[in-house]
Design a protein around this ligand. Structure first.
Ligand code: ZN
Ligand code: ZN
Length: 127
């Protein structure tokens, strides 16, 4: 094995790792996946994570992005700004007074394979 071979293998492993990181987990709902990706990678002003979720978890949900648009979600962060809110109490930071979502929002409560409904952590925002 040469040094070059070693680097090639490392690159492949990194690519596989990145793939694994941006893969929705089994039973992970659209909202939990998108939220997890936004925390990690941010929003690029498109529905790239919603689209990614659909590719892997619900490839036949052709109208999914259209339905998100009808709820005011034209990019991933708008899914949460306009579409859905958490059903758990936010945690208020005693120092800064800022409220944020509690740690349990990191773990999806699970949905049926192919279902485009959010798990019980999420509720539609009233408009
Ligand atoms: Zn956005
Ligand atoms: Zn979920």
């Amino acid at each position: 094995m040469t040094v070059d071979d070693g680097i090639g293998t490392l690159e492949i492993e990194l690519a596989e790792l990145a793939q694994g990181l941006t893969e929705p987990g089994p039973g992970e709902c659209l909202q939990c996946f998108t939220n997890r990706m936004l925390v990690e990678f941010g929003c690029d002003c498109s529905l790239r994570w919603a689209r990614r979720w659909r590719e892997v978890r619900a490839p036949r949900a052709y109208r999914l992005l259209e339905r998100l648009g009808r709820r005011g979600a034209y990019c991933d962060c708008e899914i949460f700004l306009n579409g859905w809110d958490v059903t758990v109490e936010p945690v208020v930071d005693p120092v800064t007074g800022e409220s944020r979502w509690p740690a349990e929002v990191d773990g999806c409560r699970g949905v049926r394979t192919g279902s485009t409904l959010p798990c019980s952590l999420w509720t539609e925002r009233r408009r």
